[in-house]
Design a protein around this ligand. Structure first.
Ligand code: GTB
Length: 217
């Protein structure tokens, strides 16, 4: 069965792969699962029809027959559980890959999102200048540890997994800040993720929504 996902009709990043449907597209590409995309406007997202799929009125969602999912982490996990390519066969290695998915979403991504909030939503507040360095330091605190753990390995725990997919995508959001480049091994890790053919296909498909023509980014 071909699943359908939802994505921004007009992404604020102009299709540069930062919106979270990118994670789902990338996972589907990694496992070789064709999919369809339904584009939704910001207003349609808040309508009852979309809220029936996503209680918070957001993208991405995932529909496969009777199954409806929201939350990019849950969707990627579902894809990785059912199809080969994103989870190791060994039970303990699978558990560790899942751990890295949670680490990406619960430990590494939150301070990165705080930076986005501090810059974009709160950048004009009188206290923004004082808050920004604190937020950046909280990110560095996480990246210091992540960088040590990754060391000179290609991926976080053996072969590329759904854990790397989530981590690379969370880190991508940091690139404009310059903080990622303070960690050459993490910058190289993200670049390795972006170089994967499945990433390129997913990126091209997301960009094509904005440009109106197929592209591989
Ligand atoms: N925890 C949820 C998940 O992981 O699926 C979060 C989903 C979420 O934040 N969705 C956002 C959304 O629907 C799009 S991805 N926002 C509309 C709304 O809440 O009304 C977040 C996002 C948006 C834009 C960019 N960008 O342009 O750079 C990057 C990421």
């Amino acid at each position: 069965m071909i699943p359908t996902i939802t994505a921004f009709e007009q992404s604020p990043d102009r299709g540069k792969g930062l919106a979270r449907d990118m994670r789902v597209r990338w996972a589907l590409e990694e496992v070789g699962q064709p999919y369809e995309v339904r584009l939704v406007s910001f207003s349609a997202m808040k309508e009852p029809a979309h809220r029936a799929l996503h209680p918070f009125g957001q993208i991405p969602t995932y529909e496969e027959g009777d199954l409806v999912l929201f939350e990019s982490g849950a969707i990627v996990f579902h894809i990785a559980e059912r199809q080969a390519g994103l989870m190791p066969d060994d039970a303990n290695a699978r558990a560790r890959a899942i751990t890295w998915m949670f680490a990406a979403l619960n430990t590494v991504e939150p301070p990165i999102l705080e930076l986005v909030t501090a810059k974009i939503l709160e950048g004009d507040k009188p206290w923004a200048g004082e808050r920004l360095p604190l937020v950046k330091d909280r990110i560095r605190h996480r990246l210091d540890d992540l960088s040590v753990r990754l060391g000179d390995a290609d991926w976080l725990d053996g072969a590329f997994s759904a854990g790397d997919l989530m981590m690379v995508h969370a880190l991508l959001r940091l690139r404009p800040s310059g903080i990622l480049d303070e960690y050459p091994n993490l910058a190289a890790y993200v670049a390795r993720g972006e170089a994967r053919p499945a990433f390129r296909r997913a990126f091209g498909a997301q960009l094509a929504v904005f440009t109106g023509k197929p592209s591989i980014g």
